[in-house]
Design a protein around this ligand. Structure first.
Ligand code: NAD
Length: 469
């Protein structure tokens, strides 16, 4: 049986440089991760290149079969993987956190393996005959963030593998162990060289995105890094899928029942302790229900325990790293300095070990405050009052990012009309942030381009070829 200790032993660095990884909730050492070099990356890319034709030649049916067996292997090691994820990333085992993420990793792998993708006959009218196929691209580089390290890696590499590409994954330097362990479990099933992990810092990511033998980069992370990747991939004209930062708005219309929506509002904003790309990061509430929504949300928030992830009571955890803690603290301080009302939180305990920032709600805040304008990526939600829906839509659309958004209303049709006016890749009605392996997901504006999941997600990992005649 796979245990937490046996997983760590499987991924223990042998030779070369390595680095200690600590639990962000306690400071305790979790394990050591290799710090790979650019030369290691080059070697991995060469291996991936050599393995690619054989993997492609297996065909969809055989690749799907292997991927489904890999998903079974994840399920068989699920608890050990969740224990490691909790210790490295900080998110609790319980709630929509570590066990949920491991389950998602397996579910997305299964979906990518099982989704049919047929060649499309574009025209067949007796005179013309053209069929659109999706061929393997070659070697795909997958660069990921630290917030949902296992699940987002699967989002990147599962469709790539299914389409006949081989993959080199470069996880975040903050959460390498989670990805190494997940891939080690999957590689108990896959042929050698098809899926590899190269851990390392930004230089390794930068080399991956300019590497002459990488054909496509799947990137999930900040908008700033996404722009750097666009630049460094230009000379080789790589295909890119970019899932970048967001600052999602929620719009609460006047006809809601505040008590009925409070729990979903809470999780829409605070899932993974706010460290989620498509979490609600600014909440616009109509004046007529403003006080009731703030009160109900505060009551729900007060009932959600935050603490060390291995304690089954907790459903909220620490920030994953000090840099992110500092961003959240700075943005909340800017809100306080502006005279906004701190309904709860905003007062981290300097004596407490770990990067814990308390659940924070800030009301009566101006839309131009930094806590509204910048992505906090943590457990601090600004709640802005509005009196006119057009004004709320304008504020929602006022930023240069557009990943997700939500509209909350008792009238679904009215909510859909408002949703259609919002500039975001997904607009949820009466929920926020839920993803599904068959529903395409991606951002607009500077939240990136390209779609993941479902048939669209498979197409993005293939190169289109028309056979005309
Ligand atoms: P980040 O951009 O700092 O790092 C992401 C990855 O890029 C890391 O692996 C890092 O090593 C690598 N990297 C850094 N510099 C690089 C370079 N020059 N070239 C290539 N790779 C480089 O992001 P993060 O802090 O890990 O993640 C948080 C951000 O990610 C937030 O803005 C969040 O909104 C966003 N995010 C978006 C989605 C989405 O689906 N749109 C999902 C999760 C997170």
């Amino acid at each position: 049986m796979t245990t937490f200790d046996s997983l760590l032993a499987d991924i223990a660095p042998d030779t070369g440089e390595s680095r200690e990884i600590s639990n962000p909730a306690t400071g305790e050492v979790v394990g050591r991760a290799p710090v790979h070099t650019v030369d290691d990356l080059d070697a991995a890319v060469a291996t991936a290149r050599a393995a690619q034709p054989g993997w492609a030649a297996l065909g969809h049916a055989k690749r799907s079969e292997l991927m489904l067996a890999a998903a079974d292997a994840i399920d068989a090691s699920a608890e050990a993987l969740a224990q490691l994820l909790t210790r490295e990333q900080g998110k609790p085992l319980n709630g929509p956190n570590a066990r949920f993420e491991v389950g998602g990793a397996s579910a997305w792998l299964r979906a990518a393996a099982s989704t049919p993708l047929e060649a499309e006959t574009v025209i067949d009218d007796g005179e013309s005959h053209a069929v659109l196929h999706y061929r393997p691209i070659g070697v795909v580089g997958a660069i990921g963030p630290w917030n949902w390290p296992m699940m987002i890696s699967v989002w990147q590499f599962a469709p790539a593998l299914r389409m006949g590409n081989t993959v080199v994954v470069k996880p975040s330097e903050y959460t390498p162990l989670s990805v190494l362990a997940l891939v080690s479990v999957i590689n108990s099933v896959l042929p050698e060289g098809v899926l590899q992990v190269v851990t390392g810092d930004r230089e390794v990511g930068a080399r991956l995105s300019s590497h002459p033998d990488i054909d496509k980069v799947m990137f999930t992370g900040s908008t700033a890094t996404g722009k750097a990747i666009i630049r460094s991939s230009a000379d080789t004209v790589k295909r890119l899928t970019l899932e970048l930062g967001g600052n999602d708005a929620g719009l609460v219309l006047p006809d809601v029942d505040p008590a009925a929506i409070a729990q979903d509002l809470f999780w829409g904003a605070f899932i993974n302790t706010g460290q989620t790309c498509a979490a609600m990061k600014r909440l616009y509430v109509h004046d007529s229900v403003y006080d009731a929504v703030v009160d109900e949300l505060a009551a729900v928030a007060a009932s959600m325990p935050m603490g060390v992830g291995t304690d089954e009571n907790n459903v909220l955890g620490p920030l994953q790293n000090k840099a992110q803690f500092d961003i959240v603290a700075r943005l909340v301080e800017s809100a306080k300095a502006s005279g906004a009302r701190v309904v709860m939180g905003g007062n981290p305990d300097a004596e407490q070990p770990g990067y814990f920032y308390p659940t924070t709600l800030v009301a009566d805040i101006d839309n131009d405050n930094d806590l509204v304008q910048h992505e906090q990526f943590g457990p601090a939600l600004p709640i802005i009052r509005y009196s006119d829906v057009d004004e709320a839509v304008a504020m929602a659309n006022g930023l240069d990012v557009g990943l997700g958004a939500s509209v909350w209303s008792g009238d679904r049709d009215a909510a859909r009309d408002v949703a259609a006016r919002i500039e975001a890749g997904t607009v949820w009605i009466n929920s926020h942030g839920g993803v599904h392996p068959m529903i395409p997901f991606g951002g607009v504006k500077q939240s990136g381009y390209g779609l993941e999941f479902g048939v669209e997600g498979l197409k993005a990992l293939g190169v289109p070829q028309v056979i005309n005649g």
